[in-house]
Design a protein around this ligand. Sequence first.
Ligand code: GLU
Length: 605
Amino acid sequence: MPLRLPCTRWLALYLFSSSVLAASPDGVVAVSHPAAAAAGARMLAAGGNAIDAAAAVQFALNVVEPQSSGIGGGGFMLIHLAKTNETFIVDSRERAPARARADMFAPEGLPMEFPLASTSGLAVGVPGTVRGVDTALRRWGIKKLADTLAPAIELAEHGFRVNRFLAADIVNDGGRTQLHPETAAIFRPGGVPLAEGDWLVQPDLARTFRLLAAKGPDAFYRGQLARAIVEAQQRSRSELGAAGQGRMTLADLQHYQVAIREPLVGHYRGWTLAGMPPPSSGGLTVLQMLGLLERFPLGDATQGYGFGSPKTLHVMIEAMRLAFADRAVWIGDDDAVAVPRQGLLHPDYLATRAALIKTDRRMDTPQAGDPAPWDKTAGQPKPSRIKEESPHTTHFSIVDRWGNVVSYTSTIEFTWGSGITVPGYGFLLNNELTDFNFVPSADAAEGNPGANDVAPGKRPRSSMAPTLLFRNGKPVAAYGSPGGATIINSVLNVTLNLIDHGMTMQQAIDAPRLSVTHATGKASCEGGQTFMQPPISTATLDALRKLGHAGLGEAGMEGCRETIGSVQGIVIDPSNGAHRGAADARREGAVTRLRAETASTATRH
Ligand code: GLU
């Protein structure tokens, strides 16, 4: 990706491409789109803190990366406050409506087809982003909601240039920008898909943002806009008929509440990680994998365990398979079901699981373990249904001049969500409820808790894993990724690159990734792209095949070609407090830093 130094329209900011690290004590924003990075930096420059910047980034992303996140969805905002040294999460995950039922995606016992269910109103969860961002702003921000909406309003009203990622997602939409006329009118005007370089203006979305700026979040959760959401999610695909209609009511919207959660905290080789607890599987599964891998000398090339070596990749794959077997059974929204967090992370339990990893061959397909002896739950589980995952969602990381940090992963679930744009309001509704099990798995006789079965008011299990890394009690890095279940593996890859392989954040992001998201699953891997150094070699892939691993492209070829995730990270240098950002060229990642003259006297945090 070439170095670009555009002057933003708003402020004297330096905008760097992903190939350049920006160092600054005045705040850094790392986002998957330069216009959204600029929106966040504009808040920091105007005296705002990381929470204000996060709000502005989220709203701007709704405009410039509408296929991935927005006010029709939800997310997890991991916040660290420098002054009090507190870390917590604003959980704005979508919730199932009160009328949701465990079998609603399998009315006759047969699961609906994912492409149909996920583009019907039935898949739409009660959106949380507006309430989540507003809650964070009111409690920990400096700016008003209206201030943070201003850059997004300008972008929606004046327009922006469609980048190649948005253009490609419109063309490869699986039909989602064509199913509903309001969505097609925005992204396929006159029936022609927007192309790279086209100018996109979104007047309906701008009006919606103006409404929120004037009236606050209640304008979203009550009144005309709420009625429009309820009506829009009554749409169904003709193949599903009434069974595909959404079950959300005005009362569901009115009663939507965010949760403020303690992060899940774990340790790896002397570092501390704060991650996302249930309803996400992100933190638990990352920490489980790190616990399994800690007994292997991953960074030590003299023992054959350097970066990208067959031995290192082999044990990573096995750790992923073991952790994903547990995830399938044990993890769901633990406001609704008991998740054996303690057992899943207990060192003695992890020792029994790690003993299954053989260094000379791929293990047979592992079942979920039984963490009950190390927790309070008992029984023999059976795996939940696995569903198709999309490569979308978005992650951004921010640090401000006071050292407050935000690591925020946000989503409307699949690329383009449900494909339903709320008529007259210009934003897409999520299909998050398809993150639930399609067929209920609860089985008392077999000890399966049905951790991720649909239930009224419950949050679907997520994979999102916004992460903070601490050294000596101080945050030193924040990162996360989109990518469905691969999110967990992208975060694992980056964590190992930082800690075991001694990479900078930019190197850790650029390095090729490896991912397996199911105990039986094939390994996907990246390679061949010029921005990743070094690619996983053909010899390494062949060595992994000899150990019994499948996937990895064709034998004897540079088979790893797909991209996995899109990580945006920041680093706080503990030696001098300097802030650095690193963005991912797998999307139009951008790092924006501030100049010292923008310093303000605000002292709230
Ligand atoms: N819905 C997914 C989750 O919460 C994210 C979707 C994606 O990244 O593709 O884990």
